[in-house]
Write a protein that binds this ligand. Sequence first.
Ligand code: 5GP
Length: 187
Amino acid sequence: MGQTPRLFVISGPSGAGKGTLLARVRKRHPNLGLAVSATTREPRPGEVDGVSYHFLDEEEFSRRVRAGEFLEWANVHGHRYGTLKGDVDALLASGTSVILEIDVQGALNVLRLMPDAVLIFIEPPSLEELERRLRQRGTEDEGQLRLRLRNARSELELADKYDERIVNDDVDAASDRLLQIIRSYEG
Ligand code: 5GP
């Protein structure tokens, strides 16, 4: 009772384990809305339109940019990704805290528009471990994998702009910490 709904923004390099941590935390915190982003990238096997992302073609994405439907959008790893304003507003209005899982450019843009947003950065234990996890996941071809590793370095350089940082070396400990941080900001 009496919790204040907050906007949380989670970022971190591809392969740092953001998706796994979020899935775990949402099981233990039922009143936490995850805003579904839009993207122009192709769905991976198992991804569901409207659940993983709203998968849009370039034309439809551009139409929505022009219509002002995005809170923020950015080019990430060669594709466009964006947060739909309507989804975030509806969740917050219903009294639910919201989590955005977006890249560092998007996170800093959201912070400018919504200064009360809480920025949380998920770090891999090392770049070597990140590469190992990405290879094990096996969802990217070699070119995409190299690009994601290069981008990881520049993302890590911006981690000190975040309110909170979690090193994901142990998924149980990291998800406990994430839930603890979320609860502490909700008051
Ligand atoms: P993936 O292709 O692995 O699903 O996501 C690649 C990157 O895009 C991740 O770093 C993720 O945080 C970022 N991303 C996902 N949705 C959004 C969004 O709505 N806006 C921004 N700026 N980045 C996003």
